[in-house]
Design a protein around this ligand. Structure first.
Ligand code: GDP
Ligand code: ZN
Length: 289
């Protein structure tokens, strides 16, 4: 008999699937190559007392992933909102924020930046200055202290399947524990099912929130490779380019050193952030296309 479920944790080729009744079942995919992400909806069959085999991945509405030269890594499927967690301390990489935003834009996933540890008020001005390019682009920035009140974030997560992304040390785990009272229980459940008791924190994990919302916590990351995106997908990911698109002299303009490049002129006029544009050019060089 075919069952349907949702991937709530992924560990190599070993997945923990949540079934309709809320119970979970460790499963393997039937095919050799299929790779699943947390949040994927699947069809499966029981293959034993406490194990199942995944037959089918149901169509995804979105897929957030990153890649280097060699391979790609699926982060989260069927997500509607990407929450990028940064903090007043330690300092964060604004290039990493840009890369996460580009990944989200390329999948038409909404993005929200959370500035955590706002209780460290002496660090606040520097953090706000670092985020000002993103504010100017119209991204929402939510000020928060994971150690205090997190209702403002809870409101944003309502009705969404969200993924939390961020460098380690920004307070992502603290935030998850504040938002999801049962987080500890789920972590134990996953580590028993997939790790035979070893505690690793490398899993992406899906948590249920009230009223059908869900939250996927992805492991802390130091880099977010975008080798899989084509030049036009990258261009789409930089929302500040949209007003200038189609205004370059050459239709195949690379926005680098071409004469009559509208985007280059916008950079020189200070209308487009120069460091974001540098990131764009670097990403284009790495594009596998
Ligand atoms: P993660 O690596 O992103 O999961 O970060 P953690 O949740 O482990 O937090 C890293 C450190 O920051 C811990 O020492 C937390 O106690 C601390 N921390 C997290 N949130 C806050 C906050 O809102 N304010 C302050 N002052 N410290 C925080
Ligand atoms: Zn151009």
């Amino acid at each position: 008999m075919k069952l349907e479920g949702t991937v709530v944790a992924a560990h190599g080729r070993h997945y923990l699937i949540e079934l309709a009744d809320g119970s979970t079942l460790p499963c393997f995919p039937r095919g050799k190559k299929s790779e699943l992400a947390c949040g994927d909806r699947v069809q499966l069959e029981r293959s034993g007392e406490a194990q199942g085999v995944i037959d089918t991945i149901l169509p995804r509405s979105s897929l957030l992933y990153r890649s280097n030269e060699f391979r790609q890594k699926l982060s989260a499927a069927n997500v509607t909102l990407a929450v990028l967690v940064v903090a007043t301390e330690p300092s964060f990489s604004d290039e990493l924020v840009t890369r996460c935003l580009v990944a989200a834009e390329s999948q038409d996933i909404k993005a929200l930046i959370v500035l955590n540890k706002c209780d460290l008020i002496e660090r606040l001005p520097d953090a706000e200055a670092a985020l000002s390019p993103f504010t100017r682009l119209g991204y929402s920035i939510l000020h928060l202290s994971a150690l205090g009140e997190v209702d403002a974030l809870r409101t944003q997560l309502a009705g969404q399947t969200s993924v939390l992304v961020g460098q380690s040390g920004m307070g992502k785990s603290t935030l998850v524990n504040a938002l999801v009272p049962t987080a500890g229980a789920r972590t134990r459940e996953i580590s028993e099912a997939l790790d035979s008791g070893r505690h690793t924190t490398t899993h992406a994990t899906l948590y249920r929130l009230p009223d059908g919302a869900a939250l996927i916590d992805s492991p802390g990351l130091q880099e977010f490779g975008l080798h899989h995106l084509s030049r036009s997908e990258l261009e789409h990911g930089f929302r500040e380019y949209r007003v200038w698109q189609g205004h370059c002299r050459f239709r195949n303009c690379r926005h680098d050193r071409e004469p009559g490049c509208a985007i280059r002129e916008a950079v020189e006029a200070g209308d487009v952030d120069a460091s974001r544009h540098d990131t764009f050019l670097r990403l284009c060089q790495q594009s596998r296309e």
